[in-house]
Design a protein around this ligand. Structure first.
Ligand code: SF4
Ligand code: SF4
Ligand code: FES
Length: 484
């Protein structure tokens, strides 16, 4: 831990923290228009100036050194920060600070009593509304680069760029054409970080970001895939107005993908089944819940009376929550009295569950996603997380961008293969031969950790004996991957 003083208060921060972290620990709020905790700091907007041991510096990019004396409240510092914001605002059209604007910039200006200058700056009127989930108003862009860093460093898509020179610099899709035709995968990261509303989501959620204080929100776990992203659902007049990635979500860490972030239109779809239907005389008719539940209970009771508890079975859904799946099995076992309960994931997950159980003794992953952040080398075999589990794909890419080697083994050129140091293309169905070939080399060339294996692995001698059959030449023959 690092000990320093902020406005006279002793403050302790973790190693590697910035002066901004220290100032926040001391309970002081600074404007931070180019900063987002999810991104590497840029230090470009000068709105977070503090004095550190007598020197004026941007808090977000200055490391918290032990013993530093930081001050934030002297008048000249307040004036400098205010000047920086006023300068930024002076280049923006009045709608940047319009009443009701929920942007971080508008909130900051309201807090500091900054109003737009009367002389309206030149506007280009350039908008890009081509994308279904994202709108761009270049006149509101302050070139802070948060969106670009979010797209590059967190999402790993590199879809955005800053274009133009000097005061005319604005963000644009990197491909130059309309946003909808860019490489954007609609993760919503840029929407969530943009401090001015230049990039927004159209509709009732416009301008709502994780940075904004909100009245009503409900924490949930995304049900679209098994990654387990924590999401905050913002509710306005009993309607979902936005879904935001939770900053403290252990898996997603303030990120999401297009599904969790934007795909909630089904909630208000005309086609949504909003009332129970019961078939009467051959056609489905809307009925009340009481009647529908009574009908289900009668059906289940009748089946049990006729055929016993095992006449009933249930299949629950991987789209439902853990708790809901738990309730289904509990109901089947304790109320109906049968073990006839299954889950749809057995269909797709059965081969991996069998393999994992045989190799590791349980049918689930043995690592947490956080382990990715500690890896020097990532080997991804037969998976396409960039498309199937985008938030995990993004975390793998982040680690590769931090310098980890990325090896992808897949016959197809899956998303991660584009960033991989090595893309191995085994013949379909030869992944196991590839693993055995790699393990053969590890053992033959003494690259294993014998103490680790002795403590943790069962059946090691049998494995080593079997691996003798997988020298590089034979592995190459089986997999089609060159031995070298
Ligand atoms: S939505 Fe995601 S992928 Fe698309 S430009 Fe923004 S950060 Fe990049
Ligand atoms: S669009 Fe928003 S986040 Fe991107 S550079 Fe402009 S102001 Fe910053
Ligand atoms: S937030 Fe520190 S310079 Fe922009």
């Amino acid at each position: 831990m690092t000990l320093l003083r902020v406005d006279g208060l002793p403050v302790e921060v973790r190693e590697g923290a910035s002066l901004l972290d220290a100032v926040r620990v001391a309970g002081t709020e600074l404007p931070t228009l180019c900063h987002d905790d999810r991104l590497r700091p840029a230090g470009s907007c000068r709105t977070c100036l503090v004095r550190a041991d007598g020197r004026i510096t941007a808090a977000c990019v200055t490391p918290a050194a032990p013993g530093t004396n930081v001050t934030t409240a002297q008048q000249d510092l307040c004036d400098l920060r205010r000047d920086a914001i006023e300068l930024i605002v002076s280049a923006l059209p009045p709608h940047a600070l319009a009443d009701g604007s929920r942007s971080e910039l508008a909130e900051t200006c309201r807090r500091l009593g900054i109003t737009p200058r009367t002389a309206a700056p030149k506007t280009s009127g350039h908008r890009d509304d081509s994308h279904p989930y994202i709108e761009l108003d270049q006149d509101l862009c302050i070139a802070c680069g948060r969106c670009v860093r979010m797209c590059d460093d967190v999402q790993g898509t590199f879809a955005l760029t800053l274009t133009g020179r000097g005061a005319d610099t604005v963000v644009a899709p990197g491909t130059g054409g309309p946003w909808a035709q860019s490489d954007c995968v609609a993760c919503g990261g840029c929407v969530d970080t943009c401090p001015t509303g230049a990039i927004t989501h159209p509709g009732p959620g416009r301008g709502i970001t994780t940075a904004q204080p909100r009245q009503e929100q409900v924490r949930t776990t995304c049900g679209y895939c098994g990654v387990g992203c924590a999401l905050d659902v913002v509710v306005d007049e009993n309607q979902v107005s936005a879904v935001l990635p939770a900053l403290d979500g252990p898996v997603n860490q303030g990120h999401a993908c297009v599904k969790g972030r934007f795909s909630h239109g089904y909630l208000t779809s005309e086609e949504r089944l909003a009332h129970p239907l019961v078939r009467k005389n051959g056609s489905l008719e809307p009925v009340g819940w009481e009647e529908a539940l009574a009908r289900v209970a009668d059906g289940l009771r009748g089946a049990v009376e006729t055929g016993g508890p095992d006449a009933v079975a249930a299949i629950s859904s991987a789209r439902a929550t853990n708790e809901e799946n738990y309730l289904v099995q509990k109901f089947l076992r304790t109320v109906v009295g049968t073990n006839n309960v299954d889950n749809c994931s057995r269909l797709c997950h059965a081969p991996s569950a069998a393999g994992l159980s045989a190799a590791f003794g349980r049918a689930g992953g043995t690592d947490s996603f956080d382990d990715v952040g500690k890896a020097d080398c990532l080997l991804v075999v037969g998976a396409n997380p960039v498309e199937a589990h985008p938030v995990v794909g993004a975390r793998l890419l982040q680690q590769a961008l931090r310098g980890a080697s990325l090896i992808v083994a897949d016959p197809r050129k899956v998303g991660l293969a584009h960033q991989a140091d090595i893309h191995l293309r085994p013949r379909p169905g030869t992944n196991v031969a590839l693993f055995n070939g790699l393990a053969h080399v590890l053992v033959a060339e003494g690259m294993t950790d014998p103490d680790f294996l002795r403590d943790r692995a069962a059946g090691l001698d049998e494995l080593v004996e079997m691996l003798a059959q997988y020298p590089p030449a034979r592995t190459a023959e089986l997999t089609g991957i060159p031995a070298e």
